[in-house]
Design a protein around this ligand. Sequence first.
Ligand code: CUA
Length: 159
Amino acid sequence: MKIERYERWFLIAVAVALLLAVAALLATIAGEHAAFPESSERIDPALISSTAPFDQPGVYPRDDGGYDVIMIARTWAFEPAEMELPVGATAHFRIASVDVVHGFKIPDTNANAMIIPGQVTELEVTFDEVGPHSVICHEYCGIQHHIMGGVINVVGGEG
Ligand code: CUA
């Protein structure tokens, strides 16, 4: 079978583009620790506010020096909406929605997940930069979606 010269070039260009895309994906996984958020467990949205640990959302120190961050997503707020973490800390987020699908994004970090009713979303973020970090719901969740957000204040520094 004869393949036209330009067609051959085009096939090679497509193959190179595909290989570059796969390489970029692998580099992101290895270098930026990109990963699918885990659905570690299922939870009945109606029972969230009476089920530990979601009955007491907040930031809790762990034995390994990190923090457990327990959050609830609801139309149209995160609970807690504001929290504080020391710089360098690794936060282990566990988030559940009491109503509809929400998003959870912290710009300039690897945090980018969906909060799906009935599931617990777990993800880890290490905060290396001092200052306020926005938390954004980036899944359309209703008329007030655009106001749904929060802030994580990363504090501290040397010593
Ligand atoms: Cu919650 Cu958009």
